[in-house]
Design a binder for this molecule. Structure first.
Ligand SMILES: Cc1cc2nc3c(=O)[nH]c(=O)nc-3n(C[C@H](O)[C@H](O)[C@H](O)COP(=O)(O)OP(=O)(O)OC[C@H]3O[C@@H](n4cnc5c(N)ncnc54)[C@H](O)[C@@H]3O)c2cc1C
Length: 299
């Protein structure tokens, strides 16, 4: 492999792979450095896993509740969580493979490892330095916990929520933006008891108020208890779920926020994959949010 490139892209997510392909199409000798999997967070840990599981939830919900209207009766519907998880992995794997295929087709070198910028503006991966005419930093983002709440155990980020080893009986989702809404809607339709907690006064706070109302109404039919105007400021860990008052006893709390991965490319010690956390099975403690005094519940 040549050590000199017109362009080196750090990160093979949707930002990085598209930039690399375009550069190659324009005749630039291009390489992509990726420390995890082609396709980045979107294909492997976020958008695509979310959509595969949402589709399973939709089909399950239709079979249980919707299909009778169409003259189709479905008896004995049940969930095989392992198969759902395997399909999620397969879909992500296929799409990540597609990105690798596009790299091959466009003669882009995929350099596996963590890239770091040198003082000269070249790219170092492990012990090797690659000379770069231009460098594109497409290192993406990592999950961001709420101040006062740390990820760990049953407090998981969005990837943790989409990769739970078992279907939870109950789940608390903190944040009713797009990701929180997707998680709540999928698990609600699978039959999990869901509490969706939002600091602002509507679900999907970035969206039009009238649309948000329609979504909120739909959520109520999906086993979701929507709690608005409530800020989660921290979590406490008790010895067992029984120690926590029933009104504030979520099984799992997921925080769908991200922050840019700004520092990654300038140091070589960062972790290589989004954290994989949140085992319902092994959990022996419960995360109980401390509620702010203003707590409004819409049932
Ligand atoms: C739960 C969830 C659901 C989402 N759903 C949607 C959706 O439905 N539609 C949508 O449009 N967007 C969605 N998004 C947003 C989408 O995931 C991001 O916008 C997208 O992933 C950003 O792409 P990116 O290439 O900038 O970064 P990423 O996808 O984060 O890719 C960055 C890549 O860079 C690599 N990297 C980082 N540092 C280094 C380094 N130093 N060396 C080598 N490699 C490095 C990482 O391993 C990673 O593979 C969702 C996000 C989340 C969290």
């Amino acid at each position: 492999m040549a050590d000199k490139y017109d362009m080196i892209v750090i990160g093979a997510g949707p930002g990085g792979y598209v930039a690399a392909i375009r550069a190659a199409q324009l005749g630039q000798k291009t390489a992509v450095v990726e420390k995890d999997k082609p396709g980045g967070r979107c294909l492997n840990y976020a958008c695509i896993p979310a959509k595969t599981i949402l589709y399973s939830a939709e089909v399950y919900d239709e079979a249980r509740n919707g299909a009778a209207d169409l003259g189709i009766k479905v008896d004995g519907v049940s969930i095989d969580w392992d198969v759902i998880g395997k399909r999620r992995e397969k879909v992500s794997g296929t799409l990540a493979g597609g990105v690798s295929g596009l790299f091959d087709k466009n003669k882009i070198d995929l350099i596996e490892g963590e890239g770091a910028l040198t003082a000269e503006g070249d790219v170092k991966v492990g012990r090797k330095t690659y000379e770069a005419g231009a460098v594109v930093l497409a290192s993406g983002s990592v999950a961001m916990p709420i101040p006062g709440v740390e990820f760990g155990g049953r407090v998981v980020d969005t990837w943790g929520a989409w990769s739970l080893p078992e279907l939870p009986q109950r789940i608390a989702v903190v944040g009713a933006g797009a990701s929180g809404a997707e998680i709540a809607s999928a698990y609600g339709r699978f039959g999990t008891e869901v509490t969706l907690i939002e600091m602002l006064d509507q679900v999907l706070p970035a969206e039009d108020k009238d649309c948000a109302k329609v979504v909120e109404r739909a959520f109520k039919k999906q086993n979701i208890d929507v709690v608005l105007g409530t800020k989660v400021e921290g979590s406490t860990i008790s010895a067992s779920p029984a120690d926590v008052p029933p009104t504030s006893r979520p099984s799992t709390s997921a925080r769908p926020g991200s922050r840019p991965k700004r520092t990654d490319v300038s140091r070589s010690t960062s972790t290589s994959a989004p954290p994989r956390t949140g085992s319902m099975r092994s959990a022996t403690w419960s995360a109980a949010p401390r509620w702010r005094t203003r707590r409004r519940r819409r049932g």
